[in-house]
Design a protein around this ligand. Sequence first.
Ligand SMILES: NC(=O)c1ccc[n+]([C@@H]2O[C@H](COP(=O)([O-])OP(=O)(O)OC[C@H]3O[C@@H](n4cnc5c(N)ncnc54)[C@H](O)[C@@H]3O)[C@@H](O)[C@H]2O)c1
Length: 297
Amino acid sequence: MNDNYAGKTTLISGGAGGIGLALAKEFGSLGMNVVIADIDMVALGTAENELKEAGLNVLACQLDVTDYQQWEQCIAAAQKEFGKLHMVVNNAGVGGIPGKIEDTDHATWRWVIDVNLMGVLYGTQAATPAIKAHGEGGWIINVASMAGMMGVPYSSAYAATKAAVVSMTESWAVELKPHNIHVSALCPAFVKTRIHESLRNKQEKYQTVPSKEKVIDKEKLKKNFNAAAALVESGISTELLAKRVVEALNSGQQYIFSHPNYRQATSYRAALIDGAFDDAQQSELVKHLIDDEIASL
Ligand SMILES: NC(=O)c1ccc[n+]([C@@H]2O[C@H](COP(=O)([O-])OP(=O)(O)OC[C@H]3O[C@@H](n4cnc5c(N)ncnc54)[C@H](O)[C@@H]3O)[C@@H](O)[C@H]2O)c1
């Protein structure tokens, strides 16, 4: 199966740490050229050295995923260095700030939407022509989350963007299939990374001055972050997740799940939806629509 990957090129956003760096190592070990792109230049330099020392073909590129021009520059740099681009991993993401809906400011929502949703859109838009151009096909791997498969109380901005990533994946998978580009959504539950410390990556443009009425309860915020940290710490390793990604890609999965114990969450959601359809089917107001449809066949 390594023949699938060897000599091809992957570009991984948020590749300087966490899941992105583990994927860089895994795809590199399969013989891929690896472009790691990240907003954190210090971490990027360290990761580049580590990958080079492991004997991998690596290029490091500065990238804020909310900036489309920087995406174009990184893709051009990848093509210049390695010839062709075959895979983009839209991995860069931020966790936002856990808290009640009425306590979450709009700048934080905008930050989470721009990085987690627009960043994935920009990466796919910029990479698709480059992958289509050589006609060899390829992969777009969007890092969503189990949070995209279910709502997450006190983290609705994060969950909303991850649901959008799942939805974009479902649309693009059909759209790009004729070009032999496989699009998948990686949906892990907790993985041991620094996602709970995402504020370190919050750009200046999303910082807010708290309004006079809204006094931030720092103790409450600290408690929320500590709870998030404990969950992330309980997660699986990035190395295990990276191996699981390759395993699922090799069997052609569109949704990549790493935590089979979370199946209940999606089953519960599916059952709720099914029950709501039963309700519509019995509704005096709309049940005739089924008969109308059958009659029109
Ligand atoms: N850790 C988990 O439990 C978990 C679970 C499900 C999904 N995810 C998703 O996995 C992805 C990777 O996160 P992680 O857990 O490795 O977290 P992490 O914080 O350890 O790594 C995120 C990386 O993205 C980079 N980054 C942040 N903002 C960026 C931006 N604007 N432009 C470019 N790079 C940026 C960071 O510098 C860092 O290198 C995210 O999309 C996250 O939502 C994580």
